[in-house]
Design a protein around this ligand. Structure first.
Ligand SMILES: [Zn+2]
Length: 444
């Protein structure tokens, strides 16, 4: 079973929430059919960037943003287009830079959704840049038909693709999609990562794959509509669902911190990082207070919020500010729908949420730790390269934060979440609340 290690999966509760949103949307379609065609996803309005890309794709299956001209030149675009034509599949390549605050919120899935929507929702396979440097992503409609998502994920892990450049990666993904064995290729490319995948128990077309599913046209609600209201209404309902899909997806996973937040945080200097952390703390507080659902989960989110606030108030530098982000991630995970959400990347929490847990032995130490790491760090370790590590100071010399005496660093003691005991009542928030962070301030 394919588990996309680059993304974590929402559990079934998320799917249920998605279904009820879908049901709500279907009912809305019955009530107000005339509104159907006026409801458009953000970034999808006529003349919008999404429309512009869709228009260009009518002429060529390869769209490259002018800013990426030097990375994927005219000859390469031509070659990709020919390769795509050879497959006779509805593959489109959309290469645009993804940054925070762009029309797609820096999210490749959102970009693909919007473009697919503007293409009229026809069966498509859309390849975009991915969440990581040197990463590509794919979505397809109907979902999973050609294992496109897995194909793109496989390329990320194939060792001969390291440093190969975007065009060659896309070319490889096209070949795998055409062969239809993305899942097998993915298994093969990740076979030597012997750590367990996160929440591998969740299966079925949930998760990121579900975002590519056309909002369940086979759902009981839609089937019932077929019987009751006839094909025209169904068409309207499905139209609304498709137009609303981007928003439905957002409802399903509203709490994960977008990767673009971390990308910006990594580039920020300390003062800016502090500001960003403060903004995210405020946002977590607002969302926790507005959240409805399991009161215990909301309580945990509020605990994380108050712990994040108190660490922020006394943060001495980047390692503490990274701790604020780890607490925010913990709070958001409590509000989210994942079974066993992973913490932020152990090696550098500003890499964002970890993709998987893997065994790792610190230099000069006997015992092996199990740490959660982002995809980029997983790949570095797999290639026996040192992952990029967050540094702290021991005296005046910079050292990996996890080498600092644990009496002086809560983050060395916890690995920003990776090294917690795993007991249900152990969390970063609990440790901050019981004074562990304050003690490190006193010890310094
Ligand atoms: Zn990392």
């Amino acid at each position: 079973m394919f588990t996309d290690l680059r993304h974590r999966r929402p559990r079934r509760a998320g799917a249920r929430r998605r279904m009820s949103a879908v049901a709500g949307a279907a009912v809305a379609a019955l009530a107000a059919l005339t509104l159907v065609w006026c409801t458009a996803a953000p970034g999808a309005a006529a003349g919008s960037p999404g429309q512009k890309i869709a228009d260009a794709l009518r002429h060529s299956p390869v769209y490259v943003d002018p800013s990426l001209d030097s990375a994927v030149g005219a000859a390469e675009r031509q070659r990709l287009a020919e390769r795509i034509r050879g497959t006779r599949l509805p593959i489109r390549v959309v290469l645009v830079p993804l940054v925070e605050g762009d029309s797609w919120g820096g999210d490749p899935a959102q970009l693909a959704e919007v473009v697919h929507d503007r293409l009229g929702g026809e069966p498509s396979i859309i390849i975009t840049l991915g969440d990581f440097p040197e990463d590509i992503a794919a979505r397809e409609w109907p979902a999973r038909l050609h294992q496109a998502q897995q194909a793109a994920a496989a390329v990320f892990h194939q060792s001969d693709m390291e440093g190969a450049g975007t065009a060659r990666r896309v070319e490889r993904a096209i070949d795998i999609i055409a062969a239809g064995d993305g899942e097998k290729e993915y298994e093969k490319a990740t076979a030597d990562l012997n750590g367990p995948a996160p929440s591998a128990s969740s299966s079925g077309p949930g998760a990121s794959g579900a975002a590519g599913a056309p909002a369940s046209s086979g759902s009981p609600v839609v089937r019932m509509l077929t019987l009751v209201a006839g094909p025209l209404l169904v068409l309207g309902a499905v139209g609304l669902l498709w137009r609303r899909r981007a928003r439905v997806r957002d409802l399903a996973t509203p709490f994960a911190l977008p990767r673009s937040v971390f990308a910006a945080a990594r580039r920020a200097d300390e003062a800016e990082l502090r500001e960003r952390a403060a903004r995210e703390v405020v946002r977590l507080g607002e969302e926790a207070r507005a959240a409805q659902g399991d009161p215990q989960a909301v309580g945990r989110a509020l605990d994380a919020y108050s712990a994040a606030g108190s660490v922020l108030d006394r943060a001495r530098g980047v390692p503490d500010l990274a701790g604020v982000f780890a607490l925010i991630a913990e709070g958001r995970a409590a509000l989210g729908s994942e079974d066993a959400p992973l913490p932020l990347c152990f090696f550098h929490p500003l890499h964002g949420p970890a993709a998987r847990v893997l065994p790792w032995r610190p230099l000069g130490r006997r015992e092996e730790l199990r740490v959660a790491a982002c995809e980029s760090c997983v790949r570095a370790i797999r290639a026996r390269r040192a992952p990029e590590v967050l540094t702290d100071r021991e005296g005046d010399r910079p050292v990996p934060y996890f080498e600092v005496d644990t009496a002086r660093s809560l983050w060395a003691a916890t690995g920003y979440g990776s090294l917690l005991s795993g007991e249900p009542d152990d969390s970063l928030a609990v440790r901050v609340q019981r004074g562990d962070f304050t003690r490190t301030l006193e010890a310094s």
